[in-house]
Ligand binder design. Structure first.
Ligand code: B1M
Length: 211
């Protein structure tokens, strides 16, 4: 197997130390940071994302793979900057006000980063005003809102209303998700997209870049 194939396999197995070793090896062999990222790290993460989507692996495996992936990207960061690699787009992400659940949000973040987005993660319990400020400041392509409670899902609508009031609604695509969210709720509150899982969220975010 090539070093990139080994790297992809190590990410899928969540072997962080092996990922570090293989990234160093790949750099020493003269491969560019971009090719190591695309052909090794992101390839592995993409494959684990697919398997997660198909219920072949579960949350812990994805989180372990994500940790291994971030070990690799840490090592590549400075080289990527030198090579002038730009993210494909940017996303502001957070769990809405009153809601402390972040496992799903973190998976969405990881899949977005795996797809090449720069993600500005506002964390959990984020009030509408904070989302609005972040959209004004970062001008992201996508605003991604997570909510896990039936008592907090209404906050997604509050964020959309706050964006509209601030004159920013047409400047950003709004994606919503989380266990109680549905397609009809998405349409009802005027969001641009709903996806049921993290891998689909990243795929859908990409479609907004060319739209
Ligand atoms: Co909470 N909790 N919890 N909880 N918790 C649920 C959600 C609940 C269904 C449990 C239950 O009663 N059966 C229930 C909600 C009921 C309801 O609203 N109908 C519940 C409750 C009631 C509560 C408290 C109110 C409990 C209490 O204190 N009485 C409390 C609320 C705290 C608060 O937020 N203010 C609470 C607290 C907690 C913990 C802190 C203990 C912990 C959270 C830890 C953390 O996140 N760091 C917790 C947990 C772990 C859960 C369960 C067990 C698991 C949630 C989870 O992480 N799932 C959950 C029960 C369950 O789901 N079985 C439950 C795994 C995760 C990968 O899935 O987040 O759905 P999920 O993300 C999915 C998709 O939804 C999607 O992608 C992911 C998969 O790929 N997705 C998006 C998520 N965001 C997306 C955004 C997108 C697209 C897709 O685009 C933007």
């Amino acid at each position: 197997m090539s070093v990139l194939e080994n790297l992809s396999a190590a990410v899928q197995k969540g072997r962080a130390k092996e990922v570090e070793t293989l990234v160093r090896e790949a750099l020493e062999s003269g491969l560019t940071a971009q090719s190591i990222l695309d052909g090794g790290l992101l390839k592995g993460m993409g494959l684990i994302g697919e398997r997660f989507k198909n219920n072949e692996v579960f949350v812990p495996a994805v989180l372990i793979a994500a940790r291994a992936l971030s070990k690799g990207t840490e090592l590549l960061k400075s080289r990527l900057l030198e090579e002038g690699v730009k993210p494909i787009g940017s996303v502001v992400l957070g769990t809405v006000k009153g809601d402390l659940h972040d496992i799903g949000k973190n998976l969405v973040k990881m899949m977005l980063e795996g797809a090449g987005f720069r993600v500005i993660d506002l964390g959990v319990d984020v009030p509408s005003e904070r989302f609005v400020e972040a959209v004004r400041e970062h001008r992201p392509d996508v605003l991604a809102l997570s909510a896990l409670l039936t008592t907090t899902m209404g906050q997604q609508e509050a964020v959309i209303k706050a964006l509209t009031a601030a004159g920013l609604r047409d400047k950003v695509k709004v994606m919503v998700g989380g266990a109680p969210i549905t397609q009809s709720f998405c349409e009802q509150i005027g969001a641009d997209a709903y996806t049921s899982d993290a891998a689909s969220a990243a795929e859908t975010a990409k479609t907004f870049l060319t739209a």
